[in-house]
Design a binder for this molecule. Structure first.
Ligand code: NAD
Ligand code: MG
Length: 330
């Protein structure tokens, strides 16, 4: 079943006009949301840690700032644009005591609410507006009169206006110009985690490294292995981004196409499919979330150790050497 998509005509900015909007976190998303809402005529205050880097940045950008405890006070809408692992503590310290009818809590990713790391009381609205692109693009396209498509979701609708507020927010940051796709906290969280684990980050980096290792172990030079298994990915991805798989296949040779359609399923076989289903199962049952929450509570020992090991993989050393020959990369 296809999702409902909303556009500018479905959104009413007056839902948020004259309300106090507090943005906590001034990084990739926070800066873009705050600046776009400000330029859309909404009343935005950025909650900052006094003297911090983002406090200076927000002030340089001409936005009103306040320390977190003051900024959240009598806010009508609080946008959580902090790193996800930081949000629960900030919620408990500054926001939970203020929860009252009429308050809206807004998230750009569903993890904390879906997995119960933040449990807002029933009298507040809990919504999500999540742009499907990085903050810089959200800001740049808005400034150019366009927008990045967004997701909108309602977890709690105490006021009866939760969706309308979400659509107004999406309009104010430019997303409604492109389209706002309706989803749920559960669907956004689970599909986001699955995508990054199985395909975009986990699956892809393991695929590249394994291809590289097989060629090097077979005696081919690491330079050749790197070009063929890693570097050329950029060409392929750009073609898929532009026009899908069919467009990519239009530009590769017939030999590459034949290898693609006959050998791909031999790599991504039933065994890999079963592994992917297991990842999804761990996401759906909360097993992955528990592991990541506990890892953070333990100050990330496994995270640090594995990232260090990854950074020392030969594929990184060869890549660095080859990139130094590609001056245009800057
Ligand atoms: P980020 O890391 O770029 O920025 C986080 C900001 O929070 C920084 O300015 C940091 O200084 C500030 N911060 C950290 N701890 C703080 C504290 N205790 N008090 C006050 N400020 C604090 O984060 P981001 O990538 O913009 O992610 C924010 C949210 O948006 C997350 O929920 C994320 O999942 C979601 N999201 C991100 C993207 C993306 O492309 N980056 C896309 C969609 C959704
Ligand atoms: Mg993701």
């Amino acid at each position: 079943m296809s999702a409902t998509v909303y556009y500018e005509k479905d959104a009413d900015l007056s839902q948020l006009q004259g309300k106090k909007i507090c943005v906590i976190g001034y990084g990739s998303q926070g800066r873009a949301h705050a600046l776009n809402m400000h330029d859309s005529g909404l009343t935005v205050t950025v909650a900052v840690r006094p003297g911090g880097k983002s406090a200076k940045q927000a002030q340089a950008d001409g936005l009103p700032t306040q320390p977190v405890d003051q900024a959240v006070k009598d806010a009508d809408l609080i946008a959580f644009l902090l790193p996800d692992p930081v949000q629960p503590a900030v919620y408990r310290q500054f926001v939970e005591p203020l929860c009252r009818p009429g308050l809206t809590l807004l998230f750009a990713h569903g993890f904390n609410v879906h997995y119960g790391q933040i449990v807002p009381p029933p009298e507040v609205d809990v919504i999500m507006v999540a742009p499907k692109g990085p903050g810089k693009l959200v800001r740049d396209l808005y400034a150019a009169g366009q927008g990045v498509p967004c997701l909108v979701a309602v977890e709690q609708d105490a006021s009866g206006q939760a969706l309308a507020k979400g659509l107004a927010y999406a309009l104010a940051i430019g997303g409604a110009r492109a389209g706002v796709i309706e989803t749920s906290f559960k669907e956004e969280t689970e599909t986001d985690l699955f995508g990054e684990q199985a395909v975009l980050c986990g699956g892809l980096s393991a695929l590249l490294k394994t291809g590289f290792e097989i060629l090097v172990e077979a005696g081919y030079s690491p330079e050749m292995a790197y070009f063929e298994c890693v570097n050329e990915l950029k060409l392929i991805i750009d073609l898929i981004y532009q026009g899908g798989l069919r467009h990519m296949r239009h530009y590769i040779s017939d030999t590459a196409k034949w290898g693609d359609i006959t050998c791909g399923p031999k790599v991504i076989d039933e065994h890999v499919r079963a592994n992917m289903k297991k990842l999804l199962d761990d996401i759906q049952t909360g097993v992955f979330a528990r592991e990541w929450v506990l890892e953070n509570q333990a100050n990330r020992p496994v995270y640090r150790a594995l990232l260090k090991r990854e950074a020392e993989h030969p594929v990184e050393e060869v890549g660095e050497r080859l990139r130094s020959m590609m001056k245009w990369l800057g």
